[in-house]
Design a binder for this molecule. Structure first.
Ligand code: NAP
Ligand code: F7E
Length: 335
């Protein structure tokens, strides 16, 4: 699994370990630990029962991908690694394209060489609803892409590389076109987590304001735990194919604020300020997915709805805010 240290990586690892897989994850070198989301799953490699093994590697380094593939000989490969932040992709477009588009190509080439020497591997590619951009909703597998960011463009390139390798070399590759999915493990700069972190801290008096951008953008928000199961289901089919994974419901950022504030008994009005730095040069206004193909072929449907999703994020972040308040109350500085 590439991207094992990210939100989806931790949920997919948990799911695969539950299916009795041995999971091997690619971790990039970092000056501080980047494996916090995996702590509850990890056992020391010297423990004979360890079934989660981490390897250093990077999508920017094709040699590391080849080395890990030939060492591990995986049956299934999940390519989750990405510079996945849309706003940041406008600041770092070349880097985003290198990781997301060329990185996927590096992995495909490594898999092609390796597959020809040994048993075939199956690949899951993390495609994104950002590829639809401003295409009319509801979006499904035949909706033409019109990406609106360097990230969306790079994901579309990676998507078509995967389709091409499937057609050209007969490789078993499935692209999951996943709409936004969130969780208590979501990165704190994505809007949902930014809101639940801020409102829970505001509730406990730990901060006064939060600065946001466009409150009118609409997203089809699901729960990451539900979506990783769809990734796995795709690779269990007899034929490779691409699938939209979504809830079919769309809410605005404002709706998310309303729901989170309501669950906390807060009025967010005095606490939210608009800052132009969080607007994007080109916005994706309205995403709403049609996952009827996944329902029909994979038997997949989401279990967690919008209110429940907001609830689990608020609950977790309230707990974090309480811990922070306790530390501050005991005289500890919290960074
Ligand atoms: P995330 O939390 O941002 O995690 C991204 C992962 O990629 C992290 O493990 C990160 O490592 C790793 N990574 C970044 N650059 C890398 C590189 N050069 N080489 C190797 N690993 C690298 O993303 P996520 O939300 O879990 O999403 C998983 C995948 O699905 C991504 O490809 C994302 O673009 C795509 N996607 C996400 C959503 C969504 O709503 N979450 C929707 C559609 C598609 P570090 O921990 O070291 O940073
Ligand atoms: O923004 C608006 C922002 O950054 C959602 C990634 O996982 O999903 C994600 O991309 C909306 C946008 O997610 C703030 O303008 C307002 O319209 O949470 P986000 P995203 O851009 O939809 C797709 C499917 C992926 O594939 C990506 O990897 O919220 N918004 N104010 C804000 N967004 C952020 N981040 N911060 C704000 O302050």
């Amino acid at each position: 699994m590439t991207g094992i240290t990210g939100q989806d990586g931790c949920y997919l690892t948990e799911f695969l370990l539950g299916q009795h897989y041995e999971v091997h994850g690619l971790v990039r070198r970092s000056s501080s630990f980047n494996t916090a989301r995996l702590n509850h799953l990890y056992r020391d490699v010297h423990d004979p029962s360890a079934n989660l093994i981490l390897h250093h590697g990077d999508l920017l380094d094709g040699s590391s991908l080849r080395r890990v593939l030939s060492t591990v000989e995986p049956v299934e490969v999940y390519n989750l690694a990405a510079q996945s932040h849309v706003r940041i992709s406008f600041e770092e477009p070349e880097y985003t394209a290198d990781v997301v588009a060329t990185g996927t190509l590096r992995l495909l080439e490594a898999m092609r060489d390796y597959s020809s020497l040994s048993k075939p591997m199956r690949l899951y590619q993390a495609s994104s609803s950002e590829m639809f951009g401003c295409a009319p909703s509801p979006q499904n597998e035949v909706t033409p892409f019109h990406p609106r960011s360097p990230y969306g463009v790079a994901k579309a390139a990676a998507h078509f590389q995967c389709v091409n390798y499937r057609e050209a070399y007969g490789m078993f590759i499935c692209c999951g076109i996943l709409f936004n999915h969130e969780s208590p493990q979501r990165g704190e700069t994505f809007v949902t987590r930014k809101i639940t972190r801020a409102l829970t801290r505001i509730k406990l008096g730990l901060q006064e304001h939060v600065y946001l951008g466009n409150l009118e953008a609409r997203r089809d928000w699901g729960f990451a735990g539900d979506y990783v199961e769809a990734m796995w289901l795709m690779l269990q089919q007899s034929e490779p194919d691409d699938f939209v994974i979504a809830t079919g419901q769309s809410f605005s950022v404002r709706d998310f604020l309303d729901e989170a504030a309501c669950q906390l008994g807060l009025d967010w009005g005095p606490h939210v300020k608009i800052d132009s730095r969080y607007f994007r040069p080109a916005e994706v206004d309205f995403l709403q997915g049609d996952a009827s193909k996944a329902r029909r072929v994979l038997g997949w449907s989401p279990k967690v709805g919008f209110q429940q999703l907001v609830g689990m994020m608020v609950e977790r972040d309230l707990e974090l805010a309480r811990q922070e308040a306790t530390l501050i109350g005991a005289g500890h500085a919290v960074s």
